[in-house]
Ligand binder design. Structure first.
Ligand code: ATP
Length: 136
């Protein structure tokens, strides 16, 4: 049984995080999943959400938009369209994005509903992470 677990989070802009962790949890399109060292390999697509990483009693939250995760016994690789650590989130930008999305959804005419909803979801989760609140 493996005792090590490395987490890499990568976006088209580069490496966001590469750390040894004790445990990783994320939200796949089929549901939430948790990974400890020695996990059986699998691949899943990801929902807009957060990656929770635990290490030595500390918990950190990283925002990820859609992408996928590849799990192997000693490594989790997350490839996402965008990802930010809590301290990398610009709260004012997320609040502005939230406002734009809410206004589009309020008008509810001639809008791409799925796009506005996804934008609102990204902004909401970014704000929750930046304000260090666990949303669920
Ligand atoms: P916006 O409308 O503000 O661009 P968005 O949800 O459409 O928000 P994304 O498409 O997810 O933005 O991301 C585009 C790029 O901008 C990515 O590199 C992402 O990391 C970065 N980004 C977006 N919003 C924020 C934010 N609030 N804080 C830090 N980086 C952000």
């Amino acid at each position: 049984m493996e005792n090590n677990l490395k987490l890499d989070i990568v976006t088209p802009h580069g490496l966001v995080l590469s750390e040894e962790v004790d445990e990783v949890a994320a939200t796949g399109t089929e549901g939430e999943f948790g990974v400890l060292p020695g996990h059986v390999p699998f691949i899943t697509t990801l929902r807009i959400g957060m990656v929770v990483l635990r290490k030595g009693g500390n918990t950190e939250y990283v925002f990820v938009s859609s992408g996928y995760a590849e799990v192997s016994p000693d490594k989790v690789v997350i490839l996402a369209d965008s990802a930010e650590k809590s301290e990398g989130i610009d709260v004012e930008r997320a609040k502005a994005a939230m406002k734009r999305a809410e206004e589009r959804l309020r008008k509810a005419e001639e809008i791409d509903f799925a796009r506005a909803t996804a934008s609102l979801e990204r902004a909401t989760i970014r704000i929750q992470i930046a304000e260090s609140r666990k949303p669920r």
